[in-house]
Design a protein around this ligand. Structure first.
Ligand SMILES: NC(=O)c1ccc[n+]([C@@H]2O[C@H](COP(=O)([O-])OP(=O)(O)OC[C@H]3O[C@@H](n4cnc5c(N)ncnc54)[C@H](O)[C@@H]3O)[C@@H](O)[C@H]2O)c1
Length: 363
C-alpha cells in the first residue's frame, strides 16, 4: 500500500470550504482505489493566524512543510488584511521558498459547462498555461522612498535571469512535446519592454532548437488576450511570465466557464521540495459561508496532485468522476447550476464509488 503525506492549508474565505470538499473526495478516492492511502495534516495558517500572531505562518513554516509529499492549498486574503501582506506572508514564501518555479494551469471546457464564447464547446478549448513562478514581475524587487512626500517614488522591478527563463522554457517545451498537437505559444511583450523580454524571446528560440518536433510561435500579450477569445482552437500549450500568465489564466478560467473550475499546480520539477496544488481563485468574500463555492477547481487540482505523486490511475478516475458530475448538471450557481458545494462533493464521491452521480439529487 503506497502512502502519501499531504499538508492541507485551507487558509481564508472559501478556502476551508473547498479544501474540506477536496479532502472528502480524496478520502473516498483512496478507499475505492484500495492501493494507496493519504495521510492529511491540516495547518491553521492564514489571516486568522495573522490576527492572533502577527504573521500568516510561523517562522519555521517551510521547515514544517518540507517533509510532506505535497501541499493542498485553499486561498489566502481577508477584507481586513492588506492583500500584499497576506500574499507575501503565506502563498508566495511557499512558492519561492520551495522553488516551485513552474505554475501549471490546465484549462478545458468541461462537459455540461457553458463558456461565454459563441460556437465553442468541449474539445474546442484545451490549453495548458505554464506560468513562470519564481521571478519576473513578482520577484519582490523594488522599494519606496520619501514615503508620503510629494517626491515619493515607488519601484517594482521585473527580474529575468538566464537560469530562470531557460528552465521555464524547457519545462514548457517538454509539456508541449508530451501533448498530441506538440504546439507551444510563447507570450511576450518585447516590443515595449526591450531588456528582460528581449532576452526572454532569445532564450525561447535557443531552447526551441532542443525540441525540433515542437511547433512554436510568439505572441505579444495584448494580442494573446484577443487570440484566446477569438481563436481558442489555435492554441495548445502557452508559456508566459509571472504577471502575464497570472492575468491570462484568469481570462482562461472565465472562458472555461468560471474561476471556480480553474486549477493550478505550483511545481518544483526537480522534486527537491513538496509541490503545492490549489484552485486559481481567491477567498471570494462575496460567497464565503454561503456553502455555494464551486469545488471543481479544488478537485481538478487534486487530479494534478495525484499525477505528480505518480497515482495516474486514481487521477484519471477522479477526472472522469468530475466530468460525469458536470455532465449530469450537478453544478454550483457560478456555472449556472442550483447545487451547493456539498451536493457537488457528494455527487463526485458517488461517481467515484461507481454509483449514479444523479442519485445525490434524490438523497
Ligand atoms: N491564490 C490565492 O490565494 C488568491 C488568488 C486570488 C485572489 N486572492 C485573494 O482573494 C481575495 C478576493 O480576491 P478577488 O475577489 O479578486 O478574487 P476571487 O477569486 O476571490 O473572486 C473573484 C470572483 O469569482 C468568484 N469565485 C471565485 N472562486 C469561486 C468559486 N470557487 N465558486 C464560485 N465563485 C467563485 C467570486 O465569488 C468573485 O465574484 C483577495 O484578498 C485576494 O488577494 C487570493
Amino acid at each position: 500500500m503506497r502512502n502519501h503525506t499531504i499538508a492541507a492549508i485551507p487558509a481564508d474565505g472559501i478556502g476551508p470550504e473547498v479544501i474540506a470538499a477536496g479532502l472528502q473526495v480524496l478520502d473516498t478516492l483512496a478507499a475505492v482505489s484500495g492501493d494507496f492511502s493519504i495521510s492529511q495534516t491540516t495547518f491553521d495558517w492564514g489571516s486568522d493566524y495573522y490576527r492572533k500572531h502577527g504573521v500568516l505562518m510561523p517562522a519555521d513554516g517551510l521547515e514544517q512543510l518540507k517533509s510532506f509529499d505535497a501541499i493542498y492549498f485553499g486561498a489566502v486574503g481577508a477584507p481586513d488584511v492588506p492583500d500584499h501582506i497576506s500574499l507575501w506572508g503565506l502563498r508566495l514564501p511557499i512558492c519561492q521558498g520551495f522553488d516551485q518555479y513552474a505554475n501549471v494551469r490546465p484549462t478545458r471546457i468541461l462537459p455540461g459547462i457553458r463558456t461565454p464564447l459563441r460556437d465553442c464547446g468541449p474539445g474546442d478549448l484545451d490549453w495548458v498555461i505554464v506560468r513562470e513562478n519564481s521571478e519576473g514581475e513578482y520577484s519582490g524587487s523594488g522599494g519606496r522612498a520619501h514615503k508620503g512626500l510629494p517626491e515619493e517614488v515607488g519601484t517594482e522591478v521585473s527580474i529575468f535571469t538566464r537560469v530562470g527563463v531557460t528552465r521555464i522554457m524547457r519545462y514548457a517545451f517538454r509539456i508541449a512535446q508530451s501533448r498530441p498537437r506538440k504546439l507551444l505559444t510563447v507570450v511576450t511583450k518585447s516590443n515595449a519592454q526591450r531588456h528582460g523580454m528581449v532576452m526572454w524571446d532569445e532564450i525561447a528560440a535557443e531552447v526551441a532548437a532542443e525540441f525540433p518536433d515542437v511547433t512554436w510561435d510568439k505572441m505579444l500579450v495584448d494580442a494573446m488576450a484577443v487570440r484566446m477569445t477569438l481563436n481558442p482552437k489555435s492554441l495548445d500549450t502557452i508559456v508566459a511570465t509571472n504577471l502575464h500568465a497570472d492575468i491570462l489564466s484568469d481570462l482562461a478560467g472565465a472562458l472555461a466557464g468560471s474561476l471556480g473550475v480553474a486549477p493550478t499546480g505550483n511545481i518544483d520539477p526537480e522534486r527537491r521540495f513538496p509541490s503545492m496544488f490549489e484552485p486559481i481563485h481567491g477567498s471570494a468574500f462575496d460567497i464565503t459561508g454561503k456553502g455555494i463555492a464551486n469545488p471543481i477547481a479544488t478537485f481538478w487540482t487534486a487530479v494534478q496532485m495525484l499525477e505528480h505523486l505518480g497515482e495516474n490511475a486514481a487521477a484519471a478516475r477522479l477526472m472522469t468522476a468530475i466530468e460525469q458530475v458536470c455532465a449530469a448538471g450537478i453544478m454550483t450557481p457560478d456555472v449556472g447550476g442550483t447545487a451547493n458545494t456539498q451536493d457537488v462533493t457528494d455527487a463526485v464521491c458517488r461517481a467515484l464509488e461507481g454509483r449514479n452521480a444523479l442519485q445525490v439529487e434524490e438523497a
